[in-house]
Ligand binder design. Sequence first.
Ligand code: ATP
Ligand code: MG
Length: 466
Amino acid sequence: MIRKFFKRIFTRNPPAANTTSVLHTVSRKEHGITRQQISPAALKVTVALQQGGFSAFVVGGAIRDLLLGLEPKDFDVATNATPEQVRGLFRRSRIIGRRFRLVHVTYGTEIVEVSTFRANCAADGDTDMAAQNHADQYGRLLQDNIFGSQEEDVMRRDFTINALFYDPATEEILDYLNGYEDIKAKRLRIIGEPIQRYREDPVRMLRAVRLAAKLHIQLDDSTAAPIGDLAPLLQNVPAARLFDEMLKLLMSGHSLSCIVDLRMRGLHHGLLPMLDVLLEQPLGERFITLALKNTDERVQQDKPVSPGFLFAALLWHEVLAAWNKRQAEGVKPIPALHMAMVEILALQRQQLAIPRRLDSIIYDIWTLQPHFVARAGRRPFHLLEHPRFRAAYDFLWLRCESGEVDMEVGQWWKVFQHTDASTREAMLLKETTPKRRKRSKRRRKPAESADHKKSDVTNLAPPTET
Ligand code: ATP
Ligand code: MG
């Protein structure tokens, strides 16, 4: 029994080579990456930096993705030049970021992110340096701008597979932490002491989940173990940063498996405060699952995905619950819907800073939903002309597929939007409620403008928040 226990402990993971660095050089013959696989802009940037007397490498996600046979999303460069020195070398460049200052260099339409080697002061237990880096009471680094050597830069990165440096001049990969071996073994290992590294930056827990799903690799045990206990630290991360990371996760093309994994690890609490409750309800779970599956398919087919649509979907069942509650309190349906929408978005924003620019699409998608039911008179024609009809209709379809709305409604709209004028007229339902007021005898202005027609629907836009 005891022998079994020790065997498990000692065979579970490879030795923790991720706390001390030993340089291994992986030759071009071994790793197989060719210079042609590096983007022309990243190549130009590294060459120019090297010619300027600095060291420069392509680093991070791009090298990791190439080794895994994936197409990199972007190319990052790491150098010993300071942001100002980088800025001095490239005409089309600018320094960005506060917590983490780096330089964006533009070549044609491509932007290369150039970061200066940094030291991870907190990891050294160097309290003076940590103080300079302004860690908060939970150990979260508030700034990360202390420059360091290449070896130090390796240690401050998140996972071993993200800490490989490719030198286009020699075509070699510099590997200090056995990241190359981890890639081959499809293993995600955090660098350094896991609890401390998650405390420094709790977002690394979300990155772990996203990268594992995107790369089809496993978190190693010591990387996974502390996540459940440390999940509450996410509540201490600024809402804007959390939004950026959640958006990356949702747009990764693997959002469904990410959300399932977040939930399994207890990381979803507080991210989307409603998600935990929602996923317990069969209807809500079906709706979210369909929405995420749909998003993943679109991302994988390189089709555009609207973050507004996604957040409208993620929050819909909460809005529904709040809407019903308001109506039960005696508020009329449309004002009740507006109140519910404003309330839920405000609640959500306490944790995850959904940008205000997404408000209009989210609100439009939600406010148009009740209009799909009214299929008599001129109303369906007005709805068709709404600029957000397509998004709202796609949303309706998800509601139908999840069983929330009768599929007959979705089918009706599917036909109605594409058919000819006479079929449309024939499809209209009979008015069920008598018209409230008689038409005035005075004649209306001739020929209503399209704008006027649209306003019948957009009138329902919610009050803008101040
Ligand atoms: P992708 O671009 O596919 O999202 P990536 O790993 O390139 O993945 P980036 O956000 O572009 O992600 O980060 C570039 C590199 O910076 C990473 O590969 C990693 O080495 C380092 N890095 C990013 N975020 C962190 C973090 N929170 N803590 C430590 N290092 C990080
Ligand atoms: Mg990247």
